[in-house]
Design a protein around this ligand. Structure first.
Ligand code: GDP
Length: 529
């Protein structure tokens, strides 16, 4: 029997990430959430494009220069009785691989929607990813201080386009200049909005009961009438919150507010900490691992370099799945079959790295990585299982990379292999040439690679175009047939950073022909680490 203190620690934890379309307000919400976590006295200006202030979660130089979040960071903070782990995800479209992998490390997601725009492209894509694991979703309709679309229509759009039922928990009263606050359906309270309180936790005015005459007095007869009409409609036409449907990812509780005005974020956090799942069981190739198991296990979902320029090391982010991490403990690095003593793991307190003495299931810890840890690696105590479902995506864009100074070829290769272990890009070495081809899911990654090669590996590299349309990892059950395939199409084959065989196709037509011609060979669009 696991001891009660251990189980209490697990049950306190809520590990989630935010999914949204760029500009919907993810960074702003993160800041307000941290404000509630009492971590920032005064929430900073959003990413401060040009203002010199940056959200705490944006670390790297590139991010500052461009005003985008390139990397995933982790923030832990207490909220009421819960301990929240918020995993930040890169906002820019080009960094979706990192985002996908981060979504494998959480137990729930907050979906932020710009209520003036509704469901946007990237939200759609990210929701598809959360569907693979039926991750529970909480929804925040943001920017109520602007003129938004009809709230009923917004809920319909979420239901129809994202195929998830909506259960409004709060309902907006007006919007834009007329935004007065929300009615909280389960608490039966009208909560009034005040402008100009975005940087602090506001003292709010609450009216108990929808039939309270104070409602008319505070929001005016007109809006009160509209509110009552809408509520009748909402209560008749939409769903009530249902824990089971939420747990299975079939229903999302919906909150309305403004992140910038810091209104409604606390309602959302109350809901999230009350309903979102505690650290969930995880699948391995052998069995399911429960969070309450006493033996330690975890997997690496991200590797990141140079978060702090003073520590020029690389950190492997591990999600703890079971057991307790204590300083100095031994764990088995399953892929290489060795026991390692971990004495200097780091935890993440809103962007500050501090040394962890202990950590529990649901927590993320950072391991110092000197090149032995890769994305997808499992750590355990004794057992040799491997956590599954951490994907690598076939890149869509390719460039040949070349040095300005050819003497630094070794440094270049080293840098590229390390960056590919981090999952930033993928490197391919064609079997029959000395070229180095870089593949990425988005074009911005190419710039990041050259910038990092320069600052971290001191090599100046440039790109040349290369006629590659797509790549597929290839495998075959029949060794003879795989052999024959390798001989026949060797000019199209390459090894990736982890020495996996890859088919490099100059055109989609070429790929389709190869797939037809070699039916015994499997061409994979994703590869599990
Ligand atoms: P992200 O790209 O999703 O991280 O979005 P940001 O948090 O950077 O927000 C994008 C822009 O929308 C910024 O200019 C924010 O100031 C603004 N914004 C965020 N939340 C709100 C809001 O509630 N109301 C208004 N009017 N603007 C907001």
């Amino acid at each position: 029997m696991a001891n009660q203190d251990f189980l209490n620690e697990i049950n306190k934890r809520r590990t989630f990430a935010i999914i949204s379309h760029p500009d919907a307000g993810k960074t702003t919400i993160t800041e307000k959430v941290l404000l509630y976590g009492n971590l920032l006295q005064k929430a900073g200006t959003v990413k401060g494009r040009g203002s010199g202030q940056h959200a705490k979660s944006d670390w790297m130089e590139m991010e500052k220069e461009r005003g985008i979040s390139v990397t995933t960071s982790v923030m832990q903070f207490p909220y009421r009785d819960a301990l929240v782990n918020l995993l930040d995800t890169p906002g820019h479209e080009d960094f979706s691989e990192d985002t996908y992998r981060t979504l494998t490390a959480v137990d729930s997601c907050l979906m932020v929607i710009d209520a003036a725009k509704g469901v946007e492209d990237r939200t759609r894509k990210l929701m598809e990813v959360t569907r693979l694991r039926d991750t529970p979703i909480v929804t925040f309709m943001n920017k109520l201080d602007r003129d938004i679309r009809d709230p009923m229509e917004l809920l319909d759009e979420v239901e129809n386009e994202l195929n998830i039922m909506c259960a409004p928990i709060t309902w907006p009263i007006g919007c834009g200049k007329e935004f007065k606050g929300v009615y909280h359906l389960t608490r039966d309270e009208v909560i009034l909005y005040q402008t100009g309180q975005g940087h602090t936790i506001q003292g709010v005015e609450v009216i108990k009961g929808i039939d309270n005459p104070l409602v008319e007095e505070k929001i005016g007869d007109g809006l009160a009438e509209i509110l009552r009409e809408e509520l009748e409609l909402v209560q008749g036409a939409s769903n009530e919150f249902d824990q089971e449907l939420f747990d299975s990812g079939d229903l999302t509780p919906v909150f309305f507010g403004t992140a910038l005005g810091n209104f409604g974020v606390d309602h959302m956090l109350d809901g999230l900490t009350a309903w979102a799942p505690t650290p969930q069981p995880r699948k391995t190739n052998e069995r399911i691992v429960e969070s309450g198991e006493e033996k330690f296990s975890g997997f690496v979902f991200k590797i990141q370099a140079n978060m702090d320029p003073k520590h020029r090391d690389r950190i492997a982010f591990m999600r703890i799945c079971s057991g307790k991490y204590t300083k100095g403990m031994k764990m088995r690095h399953v892929r290489i079959g060795k026991d390692v003593a971990i004495s200097d793991a780091v935890t993440f307190l809103a962007g500050d790295r501090s040394h962890a003495d202990e950590a529990y299931p649901g927590d993320i810890i950072g391991l110092h990585n000197h090149g032995t840890i890769q994305i997808g690696d499992t750590f355990s105590q004794g057992e040799a299982f491997k956590f599954t479902g951490i994907p690598n995506f076939a890149p869509e864009m390719f460039r040949r990379i070349r040095l300005k100074d050819p003497l630094k070829q070794k440094q270049l290769l080293k840098g590229l292999v390390q960056l590919s272990e981090e999952g930033a890009v993928q490197v391919f070495r064609p079997l029959d040439s000395n070229d180095l081809i870089v593949g990425a899911v988005g074009v911005l990654q190419f710039d990041v690679v050259v910038a990092r090669l320069k600052s971290e590996y001191k090599v100046d590299a440039i790109y040349e175009s290369v006629s590659v349309a797509t790549a597929r990892w290839v495998t075959g059950d029949d060794a003879k047939k795989l052999d024959e395939f390798q001989r026949k199409v060797s000019t199209n084959l390459a090894l990736d950073g982890g020495d996996n065989l890859t088919y490099i196709a100059p055109t989609m037509v070429n790929l389709n022909l190869a797939m037809e011609r070699y039916p015994d060979i499997m061409f994979h669009k994703t590869r599990e680490h």
